[in-house]
Design a protein around this ligand. Structure first.
Ligand code: FRU
Length: 555
């Protein structure tokens, strides 16, 4: 099944909404809070009026007496916060019936919900930015909700980013994979929904690989996606693309991997030349399962990792596993180590969701962790770094990673509406040895961002307090305590914070090697701090009245 592309519609037809001819719709109220809306598909889209705090309605779209699509939307009850388009283009010339099932609590109200008088057809959807907090050199969706980055790969000069996307509101729901592309990791072009929900389930996180050797049989260079379908259970499904990731065809034998556990998701695969086969790592409750396959379809379980290791204060999600060069001590031969990434929600030291990692060895079958089970290490000690995974097939052997720049504690409530959530800048993971002789993971800003926006490097000698501030007196404070070997961030006076009591809490990172520099990227609503260019990293959202344009350093 080829999937439709809602955003292409949005971008193709950016016009002032007043210019659209409006056609009346036939709305019939049925008993018990149900309604049905008949829509002749003679215009490009149906604009659905959304109220963020209204309860979710369940909507079934019937075409030719069968269900073409189901989704949820917070249809406006009292006021319209914004509209979202439902794409009518695939149904031109037909009549659609939208069956709207409003939640029980509203059914006996005699009041007409606002959406019934404001829903309308249109020939375009305006995606001009309306958000003062929208960043400039970070990826954000044009409109709608985004969480985890998915299926990222690089091919022929283009970075492909897919992401967990809800096109029908700016809160989590209706998960699809939307697609964006970039040639520089800074400017992104939205390509619309690439993998849409189907009868098996909504589309949760997963990964893509470029099948250079045609191991799966869909052609040399086909892009293969593996994702979790969230339906009666969480099961892994496959889709393939023969046009470089633009459109995907779902594999008819889906699902390809099932298990009898509730949390079974986020497949991450990579080619492992040591075993001349594919490996797959999958989050399964409190551990990671590792598989191998010759063809990306038939997966053999090899081993499990994680019980008793690191933090288990939440569900293990979004894994990644990669080989990185180890720092070489005097007299030592160059060698590699493997890093297993485990996103966990909740369980992060400063609350909510975060990314822990384990360093060890991997032989294509089993991951052996170097550190004792009780050791917990985090990739980023800011509060807005989650679901971090790497691009596949990146140039020059790179393992460029991107994080979803939010936290499940408040992601649905941050003060934006047209879109919710952006992604971090790209990072290049590396290993270094701390002052204690232990190995740690660092994340350096990808070279593409050199000089992007506000990229400032400050040299520091011993204790330092760095204050980023604006004319309104709002400030974001970074403190380096050399004796305590900590770096901390305080965003309690950074701007809007009152949308969640979890937002303004202080954050502290352990520093494993004396800091001599701090590199800071500021972009409207985020501050990313890289100590020693990535040995310690803190990624945080901020919502100041105006950009911080002043930096001061004191002891
Ligand atoms: C992580 C996560 C994933 C899941 C996706 C659903 O943020 O919970 O485990 O696949 O989000 O949107």
């Amino acid at each position: 099944m080829k999937t439709t592309n809602i955003l292409s519609l949005a971008f193709a037809a950016m016009m002032a909404s007043a210019a659209y001819a409006q056609q009346p719709l036939s709305i019939e109220h049925l008993k018990d809070g149900h309604a049905q809306v008949r829509v002749a598909a003679d215009q490009k889209c149906l604009l659905l009026p959304i109220e963020e705090n209204a309860p979710e309605c369940f909507i079934k779209v019937q075409v030719d007496n069968s269900t073409a699509y189901t989704f949820t939307a917070r249809l406006a009850v009292d006021k319209v916060d914004f509209t979202v388009p439902f794409d009518l283009q695939p149904y031109q010339g037909k009549e659609l019936t939208f069956e709207v099932n409003t939640p029980h609590q509203d059914r006996h109200s005699s009041r007409e919900p606002k959406w019934t008088s404001t829903v309308q057809k249109a020939n375009g959807f305006d995606v001009t930015n309306r958000e003062k907090y929208r960043p400039e050199f970070h990826h954000t969706p044009a409109y709608g909700w985004m969480n985890d980055p998915n299926g990222m790969f690089y091919l022929d000069g283009t970075w492909h980013l897919y992401y967990q996307y809800n096109p029908y509101g700016s809160r989590w729901g209706n998960m699809n994979w939307a697609h964006a592309t970039s040639t520089d990791l800074i400017h992104w072009e939205e390509q619309g929904v690439a993998i849409a929900a189907d009868g098996i389930g909504t589309i949760f996180s997963g990964s893509c690989v470029v099948d250079h050797k045609n191991t799966a049989g869909f052609g040399k260079g086909a892009v293969i996606a593996l994702y979790t379908s969230d339906g009666i259970a969480q099961r892994q499904c496959m889709a393939y693309s023969t046009d470089g990731g633009k459109t995907f065809t779902k594999y008819p034998g889906n699902p390809i991997l099932s298990a009898d556990i509730p949390d079974f998701r986020d497949p991450n695969m990579f080619w492992n030349e040591d075993i001349n086969a594919w490996n797959l790592i999958l989050a399964c409750g409190q551990e990671m399962r590792i598989y191998s396959s010759p063809n990306l379809r038939d997966w053999k379980e090899e081993s499990r990792f994680g019980l008793g290791y690191g933090s288990h204060d939440g569900v293990w999600e979004c894994p990644d596993l990669m080989r990185l060069p180890a720092p070489v001590a005097k007299g030592e031969q160059p060698h590699d180590k493997w890093v297993l990434f485990c996103n966990i929600n909740p369980g992060f030291p400063a609350g909510g969701s975060g990314t822990q990692y384990f360093i060890g060895d991997f032989d294509g079958h089993k991951f052996t962790c170097d550190t004792a089970p009780e050791v917990t290490k985090w990739q980023d000690y800011g509060k807005d770094h989650y679901a971090t995974v790497s691009f596949s097939n990146a140039p020059e052997g790179r393992h460029t990673m991107i994080a979803w720049m939010s936290n499940w504690q408040y992601a649905n409530d941050v003060p934006t509406q047209q879109y919710r959530s952006g992604n971090s800048i790209g990072r290049e993971p590396f290993l270094y040895t701390g002052a204690d002789g232990q190995l740690y993971l660092g994340s350096a800003p990808s070279p593409e961002y050199d000089g992007a926006g506000l990229d400032k490097t400050l040299k520091i000698k011993g204790d330092a307090t760095i204050t980023l501030s604006n004319e309104e007196g709002e400030e974001f404070v970074i403190r380096y305590d050399q004796k305590a070997m900590t770096l901390s961030c305080d965003r309690s006076r950074s701007g809007e914070t009152d949308f969640s009591k979890e937002f303004a809490v202080p954050m502290t990172a352990p520093v494993h090697k004396k800091l001599t520099s701090l590199r800071i990227f500021i972009d409207r609503s985020s501050v990313e701090v890289f100590g020693n260019n990535g040995e310690v990293v803190m990624t945080n959202l901020v919502f100041p009245k105006s950009t911080y344009n002043n930096i001061s350093i004191t002891k």
